[in-house]
Design a binder for this molecule. Structure first.
Ligand code: GAP
Length: 666
């Protein structure tokens, strides 16, 4: 089912994001810049919380992952080794009339009748032959007046054209004249007579008038430099069903798809020459591979282990769309988790556990790439659940073999059911990618080893010791498998057969001595997409009584307390009662070192609650006259704790407030 053009829910979400300071269009005062977005005060807090939760979960709470923060601009050699210079491209199509570009796979399918034009007769060229044309017209006895004016009109093409028009020569007349002309002057080919050949096609939807198609064709031929189009007729018409070949905005047939490299180019230093070209990184991952050896040598890590990084990435997307979903500048949170090749695991542990036999997802020495891959898929889904995206909002999509990159053994995309996602036949949102978890074999480190000439392998004591104890048949079997895997990699990346065989043999000999290039599992997530998913998931409209008990619609952002930009609103009942204000400020200062607190004393309390509901603040603390002990000593130093989602209120001692809130937001 096609994506609906207008999405009222998304419109509300985009408008709330601007109104409440989550997300603004970049450079808005200058009309904006397509594909770039800024985060306002609430958005910046939300983003920080998400990144910190990811960082804590992926690095600090684990013994086997360390962090990295690399530069955005790196040696361009990195992008040659990774394949980005040659292949990081989207297939792009262009409208020959408006020059607007589209990603070929994202053009909305169209149906109707397509008019295919092959050429147009140019006015200026036709008028070069006007003498003959008019002579023939005169001969036919029908156009005496034009012939009589010939000496004057010869000098003025526009006038000639207008005279022809005025004279009432129909297309049919011109065709006839053309025909006689062709017979009279057979030596003139069609081009010399101004028959300009270039294919152009327009789709007319059923019920649409064909006049617009002729108009577009005329515009197109004029755009090619023709002064005017004298004669235009489609060479053929074709019925078209659900085709992505036509511009949905004007029906014009798009150009053939061609690759468009998505990397932003720049120059390092003052000279803008090809030698100084550099790229803004299109992913954070490559820095991790490039620094793999340094991290290994400078920290106490041993395979299996991971390196994590959060940072900006840039892609010159052909069609940025769906709010921040596809941006040109965005942030990624990537982990490269390095593991032993299966042959090494088998040599050490006797076997590699198959995923169907996995009883627990606690890492084991018998785990090969499949088990590690499954483990990371589960870990990542748990992470999303832990920050408030229920499993029902997520889809675990296993890429089909034909969709996999040539080096990938398996890739799972975690999709979120965004309001703008396409729907399946049952009407269910199908979801769009939040994160990809790829088993990338040893491709990346191998590429950097080949391109940099620096060894990327590790030495594994345990493997060397285990290998020595294997029987000869097992050694031969594992060596053969490793040799074949390395040979496949080398030949696929263009190494000539004899050289590849020699290198693969050396690699297999290296394995027997405890050496290998680690394989990698890569969970790669986009911060901005996650923020958008959290915002879409949090958006609710419900009914709540106002201060007079009358039901009203409220907009509430039900963020999980862990990610909520503001954790608690502190509200003195009245701002002009100093004892209330004093107490409220004391509560604010008590909580502030531990969480993001918003102090608000402006307006009626109900309105203040609504403001916090829209900001997604999970708790509000109200300081009232009971807090001051005015209704009796038992309520003194207690506050009202109000819960955002259901509006329920509890009476809580100020001394219990901090531990209670900390428990809820952690
Ligand atoms: N290192 C692997 C890699 O970069 P990817 O699937 O191209 O893989 C990973 O990107 C994640 O980065 C995506 O799942 C998505 O969340 C995010 N991402 C990619 N392109 C994006 C864009 N144009 N705008 C926003 N996020 C994007």
């Amino acid at each position: 089912m096609a994506e609906p053009k207008e999405n009222p829910l998304m419109e509300k979400i985009v408008s709330l994001c601007k109104r409440r300071g989550f997300i603004y269009q970049s450079s808005e005062i200058y009309g904006g810049i397509n594909g770039f977005w800024d985060y306002g005060p609430l958005g910046a807090e939300l983003k920080r919380n998400v990144k910190e939760l990811w960082w804590n979960t992926m690095t600090r709470q684990r013994d086997d992952v360390v962090g990295l923060e690399a530069t955005i601009i790196m040696s361009p050699e990195i992008w040659k080794a990774s394949g980005h210079v040659d292949t990081f491209a989207d297939m792009m199509v262009e409208c020959p009339l408006t020059n607007k570009r589209f990603r070929a796979d994202q053009v909305e399918p169209q149906s109707g009748t397509a008019l295919f034009f092959e050429s147009a007769l140019e006015v200026s060229a036709a008028l070069k032959n006007i003498k003959e044309t008019l002579a023939i017209a005169a001969e036919s006895g029908r156009q005496e007046n034009i012939v009589a004016s010939w000496p004057n009109i010869h000098a003025d093409e526009a006038k000639a054209k207008s005279l022809i028009e005025k004279s009432g020569l129909s297309n049919h007349d011109i065709e006839e004249i053309e025909d006689r002309y062709r017979r009279t002057y057979p030596e003139h080919d069609s081009r010399s007579r101004g028959n300009f050949s270039r294919s152009f096609a327009v789709l007319i939807k059923s019920g649409e008038n064909s006049g617009s198609a002729y108009k577009r064709a005329e515009e197109f031929y004029k755009k090619q430099g023709l002064l005017g189009v004298l004669f235009l007729a489609p060479a053929r018409t074709v019925e078209v069903i659900n085709s992505r070949e036509f511009n949905p905005e004007n029906g014009v047939k798009l150009t053939e798809p061609r690759p468009f490299n998505l990397m932003f180019k720049t120059y390092v230093g003052p000279v803008e020459s090809e030698d100084n070209v550099a790229y803004l990184r299109p992913e954070t991952a490559q820095a991790i591979f490039a620094q793999f050896k340094n991290v290994l040598d400078s920290s106490r890590v041993k395979v299996p282990f991971g390196i994590a990084q959060i940072g900006k990435a840039f892609r010159n997307e052909v069609t940025p769309r769906n709010f921040t979903f596809r941006s040109r500048e965005f942030e990624q949170m990537e982990l490269e988790f390095f593991i032993k090749p299966d042959e090494a695991v088998e040599a050490i542990s006797g076997s590699v556990v198959s995923v169907s036999q996995l009883s627990t997802l606690n890492p084991q020495p018998t785990w090969g790439w499949e088990a590690w891959h499954k483990y990371w898929v589960e870990e990542r889904i748990k992470f999303y659940e832990g920050i408030g995206l229920p499993r029902t909002t997520l889809v675990e999509y296993w890429q089909k073999p034909e969709e996999l990159a040539h080096y990938a053994r398996a890739t799972v995309d975690i999709l979120f059911r965004f309001p703008f996602s396409k729907r399946d036949e049952k009407g269910e949102l199908m979801g769009e990618e939040l994160e990809g978890i790829a088993a990338r074999s040893d491709f990346d480190l191998s590429q950097h080893e080949r391109f940099s000439g620096k060894p990327m392998g590790v030495f594994d004591d345990e493997l060397r010791a285990a290998w020595a104890k294997l029987d000869e048949a097992k050694k031969a079997e594992l060596s053969k498998r490793y040799f074949e895997a390395r040979l496949k990699y080398l030949t696929k990346t263009g190494v000539e057969q004899a050289k590849a065989e020699k290198e693969a043999k050396e690699d297999a000999e290296g394995l027997a001595k405890g050496q290998y290039i680690p394989h990698v599992i890569e969970p790669s997530a986009g911060v901005d997409r996650l923020i958008l998913a959290l915002i879409c998931n949090a958006y609710y409209e419900d009914q709540m009584p106002d201060e007079k008990g009358k039901m009203e619609t409220r907009v509430v952002m039900k963020f999980h307390p862990r990610v909520a930009p503001i954790k608690v609103g502190v509200l003195p009942l009245l701002k002009n009662k100093p004892p209330l204000v004093e107490k409220a400020l004391a509560v604010r200062d008590l909580l502030r070192p531990h969480m993001n607190v918003f102090y608000d004393d402006a307006g009626a309390i109900g309105r203040r609650y609504r403001r916090q509901d829209e900001a997604g603040t999970p708790f509000c603390v109200t300081i009232d006259f009971d807090t001051l002990g005015e209704k009796g000593p038992e309520l003194q130093d207690t506050v009202t704790l109000r819960y955002r989602d259901d509006g329920k209120q509890d009476r809580v001692k100020i001394s219990d407030l901090l531990p209670l809130l900390l428990e809820k937001i952690r």
